[in-house]
Design a protein around this ligand. Sequence first.
Ligand code: PLP
Length: 446
Amino acid sequence: MATSPVAVIVERLAAQIHSGRLAPGTALPTHRELAARHGIAVASASKAYAQLRSMGLVVGETGRGTFVRDRPPQREWDSGDEARRSASAVDLSFNHPTWPGQAALLRGMLRELATSGDLAALMHQQPPGGRRHERRIVADLLTTSRGIDADAERILLVNGAQHGLDVVVRAMLRPHDAVAVDALSYPGFRMLAELQSLDLAPVPACADGPDLDALERLCRSRPIRAIYAMPTLHNPLGWVLDAQQRQRLVAIARRHDCVLIEDAAYAWLADPAPVALAKLAPERTFHIASLSKSLASGLRFGYVVVPASCAVRVKAVIRASHWSLPSLVTAMATRWIAEGTVAQQEIALREDARRRQAIAADVFAGLDVRAHPASPFLWLRLPEDLRMDRAAEALAARGIAVSKAEAYATGRQAPHALRLGLGSVPIDGLADVLRQLRDTLERLPV
Ligand SMILES: Cc1ncc(COP(=O)(O)O)c(C=O)c1O
């Protein structure tokens, strides 16, 4: 039980925040008011807020006050682990960019928009797939930094990459269609496949990508309607396919007339950008990406590059499912692209990810780790005799939340492995957290 006045205040406010009585965004009393209310010195009130800040429960900006922090959302595929996550002080299960200038960037953009010429336009709906001048901005981004030449008519704006995947699946596939996927793949695609009753056909992995011989055999053995692939910075294994592997993947898709779904959510991390499947096979590739991993996951801005012959079909699904993106979101995102903010942010996050991977490589020396050097996550294979459930439980007991391999498995078998997101911990505390993690795993009785 808390004894000092500061500890009592911290405990009380923390309880009110955890219970939801103090909702995210609530303005808390100023340091001076808090001090007067509890009969303590202003310095003690500041100390209480500093503690709440380090617990991740409040945010404060000089001159603007202290506010209850909005907690990161729960991911669907981790729902069984909700209690564990919310009790964890360190969350390595999530991957969304949080960087110091985010609030200032948003504030600046809202100001800029507030004084811009045609503000009322943002109160009007846009055509499904977005307005042409904004799609052109995305087309420029694709030409200059992604190596994809697509005219604006082939670019459709969507509500993030997950929504892009959804509209492509709905436009191009029917229930019970077979889709080739990596044996370990992005859980959001598996969720979609379940929803649309798709038949997922897992393709095993080699050291540096999908086993393309196995994919060829699969396509020969039964009709495969689509291939879902992450050729550039695979989630969770981090691979980047080389030119030959890409050519082969495209050749298989052509030979068996498969739709190619190219998920490029993390592709911007690989610099220079390898040739996209959308460039190699524009007639059958749906290239999907967003700003969720580079700028802000809450922005919900993404795009799909579609084969010219499919634009009308995909647009019809966008219209039927949500009509269009919020005009305000599109205006902000495309301005950030056009003025170079996105490009700058990508450079900064690549650099940050490299530093984090170097720290992880140092702490995890000798362990079985797979990661791209500029990726914000890594894949940690556990020793044969260590089960992932026990590992995750033990880590949760030490306040560290992680993702288990089973969330990524598209077949029946999941390896004993964990995916660790490295981005949510301040970089100067990362080595410590990873050491604790390693120590916890090594102490587990086998
Ligand atoms: C590989 C992959 N694709 C798509 C998505 C969805 O991204 P968005 O937030 O843009 O919907 C994610 C998000 O984690 C992802 O990891």
